[in-house]
Ligand binder design. Structure first.
Ligand code: DGY
Length: 321
């Protein structure tokens, strides 16, 4: 019997043909709707490998039910949707897709910053809705980006990519990270700050920190209170690093000026969520790495990791400690 692989989203045949050559491959038949939990569990019980996405919850129970499971290849750099500790106990490899999405995600993060500061989404809707009556001095006037201060919280590879873009905009770059990055400081002129000092000094506070027990609700009421009233908060990492209730309050009371959000605690965010009612919020559907080129490469990294494990080799990108 050929090993069985289950893919939790419909992926192009072209992208998975290597797997089909050697293994039995089955996939959820939608690319726009998540596989229901009961189907995922039933598939995990039979599968030797799973190809998953960020919205799949790969719990300890599911991993323990996967008696044949050898590898879970998650199509993302983040892996907070997976109980890695339980997987490691079960001897299951957890793989991610680092590096290949760095520049694409940095592009989107900077685009979100630009869109929020310069009110681009609002302005585009304004024209399409036929509201443009005349040129006017302060029509949809936003905030400058060049020469401002950006505070990057989480200076990993994507953070460095955002810092490089910020340098091109003549921005002053501050960062906060678990460890200092002397090379980044030297190359980009980035300056290390405590979280408190970064929040107080930045015009743009950008979250690129992974979601862990330490970073959950890092951006809470006290953090938003420390920010400038003109500050814009950008979140392109994980929704739960921010306390959304505190964020709504900070935006409503103008404790901060705006937010650009690519990620939310609940995804998809419900259309009646208070955040989506605010004019000073730009909201995107978790598309940080969503370019055609990058998504195809991310799939191929997952495919390669699965193929290697099922052929008895080490995967290339392992997240188990
Ligand atoms: C990641 O790679 O972690 C992204 O959030 C998924 O697009």
């Amino acid at each position: 019997m050929k090993p069985y692989i289950y893919l939790t989203r419909k992926l192009p045949e072209e992208a998975v043909k290597n797997l089909q050559a050697s293994f039995q491959v089955n996939m959820w038949d939608r690319d726009d709707v998540a596989v229901p939990e009961d189907i995922l569990l039933a598939e995990a019980e039979k599968a030797h490998a799973l190809l998953t996405v960020v919205s799949d919850q790969i719990t300890g129970d599911l991993l323990r039910a996967g008696k044949n499971l050898k590898v879970v290849a998650n199509m993302a750099v983040g892996f907070d949707n997976i109980d890695v500790e339980a997987a490691t106990k079960q001897g299951i490899y957890i793989c991610n897709t680092p590096d290949v999405l760095t520049e694409t995600t940095a592009d989107l993060t900077f685009a979100l910053l630009t869109a929020t500061a310069r009110r681009i989404v609002e302005a585009a809707e304004f024209v399409k809705e036929g509201n443009w009556k005349s040129w006017s001095p302060f029509l949809l006037a936003g905030q400058d980006i060049y020469n401002k201060t950006i505070g990057i919280c989480g200076m990993g590879k994507i953070g460095e990519g955002v810092a490089r873009r910020a340098k091109g905009f003549g921005m002053e770059i501050l960062y906060h990270n678990r460890t200092r990055k002397p090379e980044t400081e030297q190359e980009l002129g980035a300056r290390y700050r405590s979280l408190e000092s970064l929040l107080e000094s930045s015009d743009f506070v950008v979250s690129l920190t992974p979601l862990t027990s330490e970073t959950r609700h890092l951006f809470n009421q006290s953090a938003f209170r420390k920010m400038k009233s003109s500050a814009i908060f950008i979140n392109a990492s994980r929704g739960a690093v921010a306390d959304e209730e505190a964020l709504v309050h900070a935006l409503k009371t103008r404790e901060i000026a705006g937010a650009g959000l690519d990620v939310f605690v609940e995804e998809p965010i419900s259309a009646d969520h208070p955040l989506l009612k605010l004019p000073n919020v730009v909201a995107l559907p978790h598309i940080g790495s969503a370019s055609l080129e990058t998504r195809m490469v991310m799939i191929s990294v997952c495919v390669d990791n699965i193929e290697r494990v099922l052929k008895g080799k080490e995967p290339r990108t392992i997240v188990n400690p």
